[in-house]
Write a protein that binds this ligand. Structure first.
Ligand code: SF4
Ligand code: SF4
Length: 376
């Protein structure tokens, strides 16, 4: 995948979308896409376009998510669900090392992940932006993460431009959407009769050539421009970003932290659904069984953690964020301020997942507005 300028659009008829899945599978990819499961749309394996959320859209509000019919023949009208690209590159749980005795010492052997070729269709512009944030964290630092890198190399991304937004989206404020402009292999815009298709990489062009495409009609291109502009102009949520770090650093003792701390359950849902959160824990577990009755072999395991977990701030018997308000403040200040000091980019891409999937409907855009007001 490259950041090269996308090629001109071509047109794929709705009836030929299955050919895209087949072209990807013919190249050895396992194809994942948005599918309705238990009342929400999640990413899962897709063998047929009939498994996509046909004729559905979602209504999202703080603490609420509901699928409903949209009365049209669409497959990509659901903007997003709780899942993102995160688990495909940063595994929720994985073994990193195996440690065994060797003479009077120990030997640590890196356990390389099995990373099959994976194509994900239906990825949104905010998801691509989140992946680029994660690339910076896991690949561009002093110590690139080989586990992340192995999976990242195998990804083929088919983006879908957003022609409608959920009420919880604020990608325009974060300058990450609604149009996918880079980081994809192919990008689609869904229209009544089919899809505008653009390639963003050499691999994308190769797959594009396997599809029965026709030149994109001028009218379809004009409709696409209008729908993207309308989507951006009608986005309901906004976040003022220009002075975010200053506002947060200036207000570390603001009474709003106590207020939000009294509502927050510290459940960690927001961090699990967030496509950029990367808190994790590492622990050593015994590797029992033959030939290790003595239990001297072990594996080092990494698993997702959350800064909302009390234990995440437990160090040598002391807890440096004992109260929920401490942990909410840590999360928000890191996301919107110190993340920029650390990685040169915001930790938030405006996908709105943390707002929808918070069981008590805490909305970071609302919290930021309150933090801008003088404390009582
Ligand atoms: S903080 Fe919330 S809105 Fe921002 S990227 Fe994470 S889940 Fe999306
Ligand atoms: S902000 Fe919401 S989702 Fe996040 S920990 Fe608090 S209650 Fe859970």
């Amino acid at each position: 995948m490259t950041g090269a300028k996308p090629a001109p659009a071509q047109f794929l008829a709705r009836a030929d979308l299955q050919r895209l899945l087949e072209a990807l599978r013919a190249r050895g990819y396992r194809v994942m896409g948005p599918v309705p499961r238990d009342g929400a749309v999640v990413f899962d394996e897709v063998r047929s376009v009939d498994e996509l959320p046909r004729g559905l859209r979602e209504a999202q509000e703080p603490g609420r998510y509901r699928l409903e019919p949209n009365g049209r023949d669409t497959v990509f009208d659901v903007v997003n669900g709780p899942g993102s690209l995160k688990p495909y590159v940063f595994a929720p749980r994985e073994k990193l090392l195996q440690v065994e005795p060797e003479g009077r010492s120990f030997r640590a052997q890196e356990l390389h992940p099995d990373a099959p070729k994976l194509a994900v269709i239906g990825v949104r512009a905010c998801d691509l932006a989140a992946l680029s944030v994660q690339d910076r964290i896991f690949l561009e630092g002093r110590y690139p993460d080989s586990y992340y890198a192995a999976r990242r190399r195998q990804l083929f991304l088919v983006a879908v431009n957003c022609t409608r937004s959920a009420s919880t989206c604020f990608c325009v404020s974060m300058a990450t959407g609604p149009e996918a402009t880079q980081g994809f292999d192919l990008a689609l815009t869904e229209q009544e009769w089919g899809f505008l298709v653009r390639a963003g990489s050499a691999l994308g062009r190769e797959v594009q050539q396997a599809l029965p495409l026709t030149p994109a009609p001028e009218a379809a291109l004009a409709r696409e421009r209008t729908s993207l502009e309308t989507c951006a102009a009608t986005m309901q949520r906004k976040l003022e970003t220009a002075d975010l770090p200053e506002v947060l650093y200036r207000n570390l003792e603001h009474p709003r932290w106590h207020d939000v701390g009294s509502r927050c359950l510290s459940c960690g849902n927001c961090t699990m659904v967030c496509p950029t959160c990367f808190c994790h824990d590492e622990k050593d577990e015994p590797l029992l069984g033959e030939p290790d009755e003595a239990g001297v072999r072990s594996v080092r395991v990494r698993e997702w953690d959350s800064c909302f977990n009390r234990e995440h701030a437990q160090v040598y018997g002391l807890n440096y964020r004992p109260k929920i308000e401490d942990r909410y403040r840590q999360w928000l200040v890191h996301k919107l301020a110190s993340w920029i000091d650390q990685f040169g980019t915001s930790g938030c891409v405006g996908c709105g997942r943390c707002i929808t999937w918070c069981p008590v409907g805490i909305d970071l855009t609302e919290e930021m507005r309150a933090l801008r007001e003088p404390g009582a």
